[in-house]
Design a protein around this ligand. Structure first.
Ligand code: NAG
Ligand code: NAG
Length: 477
């Protein structure tokens, strides 16, 4: 009997009221989860497809690698000069056997891209591979290849696959993964840098313009559709690059810099979207009551203080009598320093005051640079207070040195002080490209004071000259 009645009666958990309450509760729970998830993605500023909020783990860049794969130029059916019939040049030299710092690689990429452009060939770009000592995370020994970052995370412009200006018929750059599709091995002609450098007497000889034009002619005249410019091992040739350190680190490059600055490669060079969103996240650090409605960077002096490795390296540079590097050599910039002719062991102190200046000397140089600039910019006007009031410190110095320096500037010299350590990264991608964020902040600053031997300083000066910043706003120790 009991059995009959229970069969007809619903168990309590199937009663209509309980079911609808449960249904509503589940529904609200889902709504709350969706709202929380949406709020979280908004907060990290991620583009769809990236969930790189964890700053302790290197970014995977799924979104950027996906976007890169789908670039419109990666299409075999495009008409000449792109697609399957296009002409291309790949510089295998660049991804190299030597893992160089980003700043050396960066200079090379831009020069290679411009050479490809002038040779009317599509440029082939790869990814940036990190030297472990510069990588922002511990090295993962399980990886077969070094850690890598897509170029489009570091910069934007034609060198990262971006378009040329409308109407320019030049082929766009393609990524290395697309190269075997347009240029299968049987179509590729290899040209060895060492042979060209010997044949045209470019070793320790020949100006930037001469070297560029020799390569341009070779790449234009060769009927091969696909050219790979390649280099022997470091054992066979320690300086195998097309544009090697002895060219970039000495005055032979100078006759090429005006043309290069005006090139579409330079003019199209901009911050990457990752860098751009990090700058926006951190702009408030530079904002003061005077700049709420203005560009706050115009009142910033950015100073690049190279210490760390330079504590030893400056002595080597002195022993080699090395002069300023790359763009830092331009004769019309205000601070020139040519190492005196060698007098064994005797010019080191003077040399070190430029290469590895002491704290008080640095502060004096900062304040002189500001005074010079304000005098020129506000000629004849009397300023109530300094126009340049914020300092941005880019440094690899030890924390104790850095803290003492920041404190002195703040308390004894009344600067508003921001340093690389204050920058807040929204996600792992931003942390990965910290050096590019620093570079962009220094590009935008009203005044920049850097180290003449440094390629990081040189790349910053390049970008400031693209933006037509005045000579007196680019200073060296
Ligand atoms: C050096 O390069 C120039 C071109 O700039 C060339 O005419 C000259 O023959 C070269 N000299 C030597 C010694 O290699
Ligand atoms: C080296 O420099 C010092 C002063 O800085 C000078 O007194 C000395 O004569 C110099 N020595 C030589 C060999 O030039």
């Amino acid at each position: 009997m009991e059995g009959e009645s229970t069969e007809k009666r619903r168990p309590w958990y199937k009663s209509k009221i309980v079911l609808s309450v449960l249904g509503a509760a589940i529904f609200f729970l889902l709504v709350i989860l969706v709202v929380l998830w949406a709020a979280k993605s908004r907060k990290t500023g991620d583009e769809p497809g990236s969930e790189e909020g964890d700053l302790d783990r290197p970014p995977r860049y799924h979104n950027l690698f996906e976007t890169q794969k789908k670039l419109p130029q990666h299409d075999l059916s495009l008409p000449f000069p792109e697609g399957a019939t296009g002409r291309y040049v790949k510089f295998t030299a660049q991804s190299g056997q030597r893992l160089l710092g980003w700043n050396n690689v960066f200079t090379e990429l831009l020069l290679h891209n411009y050479l490809a452009y002038k040779s009317r060939r599509g440029y082939v770009f790869g990814d940036y591979f990190w030297a472990p000592e510069h990588y922002p995370w511990p090295e993962d020994k399980a990886l077969e290849k070094p850690a890598r970052t897509p170029i489009s995370a570091l910069i934007s412009g034609p060198t990262a696959g971006g378009p040329w200006p409308p109407g320019d018929p030049a082929p766009r750059s393609i990524h290395e993964d697309h190269w075997p599709l347009v240029c299968p091995p049987e179509k590729v002609k290899k040209i060895w840098t060492t042979k060209v450098k010997e044949k045209y007497k470019m070793r320790d000889n020949g100006t930037g313009k001469y070297i560029f034009n020799v390569w341009k002619k070779i790449l234009i005249d060769d009927p091969a559709q696909c050219i790979e410019v390649t280099q022997p091992t470091i054992e066979e040739d320690p300086w195998p690059e097309v544009f090697d350190l002895f060219l970039l680190g000495g005055p032979r490059i100078l006759d090429f810099l005006d043309e290069f600055r005006e090139s579409l490669v330079s003019q199209g060079l901009k911050a990457s979207p990752v860098v751009e969103r990090s700058i926006q996240r951190n702009t408030h650090l530079f904002q003061t009551p005077e700049t709420v409605h203005h560009n706050p960077f115009s009142r910033v002096l950015a100073v690049h203080i190279r210490r760390g490795d330079y504590v030893g390296h400056c002595k080597n540079l002195a022993a080699w009598h090395a002069g300023f590097y790359g763009w830092n050599q331009l004769p019309w910039l205000p601070d020139r320093y040519a190492p005196p002719t060698p007098e064994p062991g005797n010019y080191t102190e003077e040399y070190l005051s430029h290469c590895l200046p002491e704290m008080d000397h640095i502060i004096k140089r900062i304040e002189d640079a500001r005074d010079d600039w304000e005098k020129e910019t506000f000629a004849g006007q009397k300023l109530e207070s300094h126009y340049i009031h914020t300092i941005y410190i880019l440094t690899n110095a030890l924390p104790e040195w850095h803290d003492e320096f920041a404190k002195k500037l703040k308390h004894d010299h009344k600067w508003n002080v921001v340093t690389s350590h204050d920058i807040v990264f929204g996600d792992a991608q931003e942390k990965d490209v910290g050096m590019a964020i620093d570079m962009e902040l220094a590009r935008r600053a009203g005044i920049f004071l850097g180290n003449g031997w440094s390629s990081f300083t040189s790349n910053i000066v390049h970008q400031r000259l693209i933006d037509k910043k005045t000579a007196l706003s680019n200073r060296f120790f």
